[in-house]
Design a protein. Structure first.
Length: 162
């Protein structure tokens, strides 16, 4: 089966998210030396501080770390595969963008879990006063992708986004 242009957009964006996510995490781990509670101010309320997240996005669901590691890795892989299959039938550009973001974010965090045992989170904006979680590029891609999917389904006039 020949892949559509929209499938290539989704897959290409997913690959870009994975590369950027892993590159930034490597830079944070190897160059910024954020261990021992060190914080690096970036811009205004944005700062970098290292958190090893054994749960899901924004540190939620941190039960049994080893079991969670593999269950969440499997879930991320299943989501990525399901979305990759869906991407072959997409008909809207924004859906392709959203799907690509979610696939890339899911795989980026899965790579951390498999390689490191936890997800590397580092973007800290708690000084804004309403967002206490530390997150990363992959979390951001997933969040933006889900928001795009929700917005598209809301504005599709009740029709399911394809």
């Amino acid at each position: 089966m020949k892949l559509s242009r929209l499938a290539w957009i989704a897959y290409g964006l997913a690959a870009a998210v994975i590369v950027v996510d892993q590159w930034v995490k490597a830079w944070v781990l190897n160059s910024l030396h954020l261990g021992d509670g060190r914080i690096v101010p970036i811009l205004g309320p944005i700062q970098f501080s290292l958190v090893r997240n054994q749960g899901v996005s924004f540190g939620m669901l941190q039960g049994n770390p080893e079991l969670g590691r593999w269950l969440l890795s499997g879930f991320s892989l299943a989501v990525a595969i399901g979305l990759a299959i869906w991407a072959r039938r997409l008909e809207k550009r924004w859906t392709a963008v959203a799907v690509g973001l979610v696939i890339g974010g899911a795989i980026g965090n899965m790579i951390d879990r498999v390689r490191l045992g936890s997800v590397v989170d580092f973007v800290d904006v708690h000084e804004l006063g309403f967002f206490p979680w530390v997150f990363n590029v992959a979390d951001s891609a997933i969040t933006v992708g889900v928001i795009l999917l929700l917005a598209e389904s809301l504005f599709a006039g009740g029709k399911a986004a394809t």
